[in-house]
Design a protein around this ligand. Structure first.
Ligand code: GLC
Length: 737
């Protein structure tokens, strides 16, 4: 999956990725940038560092044209659509003094007009190529609408599901998160982001945002260097190595220093260590927020701190523009730093192809948005993201020829919620609900009834009667519960992970009818659904599935698609277990039920409700014959691990074979297992496939006591499994160097 260069330094193996998957700009771009910078006034330079937001409907504000004409505005977010972007672009390219094209940014996180599953759901597919294709389609649609810079992928690792933005990332694991961050970056940018149907990607939020204390959004983040390097940075490094054209600073502090004014993040790691030469944009008013952080005395101070720390573009707040000249006169900022930031902006505009092709063709926009092929891809992606959590006595799949199916619950008819938290330019009227999807999926002789039962969050049971009556009269009932889109995402932390309101009571009322029922979860985070885990005959995690989420749920419920997703994040039994993640260290007193004095709770098991990597199928699989290419290797060596996976059931289905590594004895205590590779395979009944993985030195490396990557001699355990618990094990020895 990856090729990295191993550099042996003083007997310590220092791992470093090759500088660039980032396409270094052709040499003449740097000359052109230099020539432009030489012509620019200070006001024009500061103008390029300014980004303002358009109106929610995608139109520019009247002020924007005035500023662009005077060279005082370099980019906007939210302005979109061929008409709106061409109009403002004409001002930049035909009416401004230097004719520098304008850069249009937008949050195209999981789709532009055709909305794909939320990223956490997409990660549950364990299918990075699928995510790359979804991002490619999003870029095709977004660039047709004049967008050339997306604020995605969100590369934040999250291990606290109280944090609403867990929905936007790829879950708890750095390896899985890295695979998806790289895939999404490649999908948005392709080999060349200047192509007409590609756009600049942004790795966000730099950095550590997912570790917000108490899971409360925007809250303080305190991470050891080890935790930062082992857990939170890898997906950003993967996005950078995949060529991400920009980074976005996070709202949070990191170890007391706000990310937007943090030279360690913005200069030492990103520029000096990783050699990033793209553009860094602040998050929304994050520069101004340095005052509230108590780091800046006033706006002038905020501008100085952010700019000199390494933030290039100020999103929405205007301190650079308003105070840059005074700061320069006072010697508090330098021309060199302004020109460096300006160079990063102009390079991004060249990389986005803006100088070559500033306008978009409105006819292409009409052709691209919601193309049938995009809808088909979104439906397939949504089905592949779903995780079958429980299926007792073959409750699922349902028969298409049932006499009557009831579809109940507050999310059964949901459209906007299916689009999740970053719905881009998606429109509810283009979305097919679960109810509608079921209606289309069943046979012509099947009657489909529905009843909401309650709202989300639901606080009264007035609608329960109709839902219970529908269930009583049906041959099977589908109960669709979970979170509405606004209970997930930014500024949507929850102190409880229970089903909001009285939804669980609704499910229990349906269960009391004694008639067959299954539950579909529509949510953006792990939920503490222990009663459902024990009682629901069928339990399907459907996340927010996007424009085609309804038909995709029906595809899985009626067996047109056999679910193959796996959880990318642990589902806790209770909030009290948080943080809980599979790659925990063993401690010196691992739980032992025979010994009181071991690591445990008095009132709960240590084990989660559902593990990282968990997911069932309508068929069964077995692993066998794990073999390593060698049992002993040198610290700079690599080794293959081969295992056979077989479909032992009666239906074609997908399995995700996961490869974990444990360094048994190391200079720093290591997790019981760490994901180091995976593969999703489709097998027919009885079919076997032998998979071979390659473990490279960086897969065996740990961060030593100095938080430097090394491969230490000693004994390793390699595990091939279908979730983060069991599996086949093999021993590997790394010989002394
Ligand atoms: C928001 C988010 C960020 C987004 C930006 C622009 O506050 O934190 O992810 O890209 O503002 O919408």
């Amino acid at each position: 999956m990856r090729a990295k260069v191993l550099v042996l330094v003083l007997g310590v193996v220092a791992l470093c990725a090759p500088g660039a998957a980032q396409a270094a700009p052709p040499p003449d771009i740097e000359q052109r940038i230099g020539a432009l910078v030489a012509q620019m006034t200070l006001a024009e330079k500061l103008g390029q560092l300014q980004q303002l937001d358009g109106l929610a409907d995608g139109t520019a504000r009247p002020e924007h044209a005035r500023l662009v004409r005077r060279g005082r505005l370099g980019s906007t977010l939210n302005v979109r659509g061929a008409a709106a972007t061409n109009a403002l672009q004409r001002v930049a390219v035909e009416q401004s003094r230097l004719k520098i094209p304008h850069l249009f940014a937008f949050d195209v996180v999981h789709g532009y007009r055709t909305i794909f599953p939320v990223p956490l759901g997409e990660a549950a597919s364990w299918d990075p190529p699928g995510a790359e294709d979804a991002a490619r389609i999003a870029a095709r649609e977004a660039t047709a609408a004049g967008v050339r810079w997306t604020f995605a992928p969100m590369a934040d690792i999250a291990r606290d599901p109280r944090w609403g933005r867990v929905v936007e990332g790829a879950g708890e694991d750095p390896y899985l998160g890295s695979a998806f961050a790289a895939a999404r970056t490649r999908g948005f940018q392709g080999e060349d982001p200047s192509a007409a149907d590609r756009m600049l990607a942004t790795a966000k939020h730099w950095a550590g945002y997912g570790a917000a204390e108490a899971g409360r959004d925007y809250n303080d983040v305190d991470l050891s260097e080890r935790e930062l390097r082992e857990v939170y940075l890898p997906p950003f490094k993967a996005a950078r190595d995949a060529g991400a054209g920009s980074f976005m600073t996070a709202f949070n502090t990191l170890n007391g220093v706000p990310a937007t004014g943090n030279p360690y993040l913005l200069r030492s790691i990103l520029r000096d260590e990783w050699g990033f030469d793209g553009v860094v944009v602040s998050d929304y008013t994050a520069v101004l927020e340095l005052i509230k952080h108590g780091m800046a005395a006033d706006e002038v101070d905020a501008a100085r701190i952010a700019l000199m720390a390494g933030t290039d573009v100020e999103m929405v707040s205007r301190t650079f523009n308003e105070h840059g000249q005074a700061l320069l006169r006072a010697g508090a900022i330098t021309v060199a730093r302004i020109d460096e930031a300006l160079g990063n902006v102009l390079r991004a505009k060249y990389r986005a192809g803006l100088f070559a092709r500033p306008y978009v063709d409105p006819a292409r926009e009409r052709r691209e948005l919601l193309r049938p092929a995009h809808r088909r891809a979104a439906r397939r992606a949504a089905a592949r993201s779903m995780v079958l959590l429980r299926n007792e006595d073959g409750a699922l799949p349902l028969r298409r020829t049932l006499g009557r199916v009831a579809v109940v619950g507050p999310l059964a008819r949901a459209r906007k919620s299916l689009m999740g938290t970053w719905w881009g330019d998606g429109r509810p009227q283009d979305v097919t609900s679960v109810l509608e999807g079921v209606r289309r999926a069943v046979s012509s002789g099947t009657e489909v009834t529905s009843a909401d039962g309650c709202t989300v969050p639901c606080h009264n049971t007035r609608g329960f009667g109709a839902a219970v009556a529908a269930a009583r009269a049906a041959d099977a009932t589908v109960v669709v519960v979970g979170e509405s889109y606004d209970l997930s995402g930014e500024a949507a932390s929850r102190s409880s992970l229970d089903l909001p309101g009285r939804q669980l009571d609704l499910v229990k009322a349906i269960a009391r009818t004694g008639k067959p029922y299954v539950v579909v979860l529509m949510n953006g985070r792990p939920l503490t659904v222990e009663w459902l885990a024990r009682n629901a005959p069928g339990l399907l995690e459907a996340w927010f599935g996007g424009t085609e989420g309804g038909p995709a749920v029906a595809d899985v419920l009626f067996g047109r698609v056999n679910p193959g997703g796996k959880l990318p994040i642990t589902f806790p039994r209770s909030v009290g277990q948080i943080p809980i993640h599979y790659d925990a260290r063993p401690t010196g007193r691992p739980f032992d039920k025979a010994n009181k004095y071991t690591s445990k709770y008095l009132d709960s098991p240590n084990t989660p409700l559902y593990r990282f990597g968990h997911g069932l199928s309508y068929t069964t699989f077995a692993l066998s014959n794990l073999r390593l290419g060698a049992t002993t290797i040198a610290p700079t060596g690599s080794v293959t691990a081969s295992v056979t996976v077989r479909n032992t059931g009666r239906r074609t289905g997908d399995e995700v074979v996961q490869l974990y590594v444990r360094d048994r004895v190391a200079s720093v205590s290591q997790p019981l297992r760490r994901l180091r590779d995976f593969r999703r395979v489709t097998l027919r009944p009885g079919q076997s496939r032998r998979l071979t993985f390659s473990l490279e030195p960086e897969d065996l490396a740990i961060f030593d006591a100095d938080v430097k990557p090394v491969v230490e001699p000693g004994r390793f355990v390699i595990t091939a499994a279908t979730d983060s618990r069991g599996g086949l094990r093999a021993g590997l020895t790394v010989a002394a160097g």
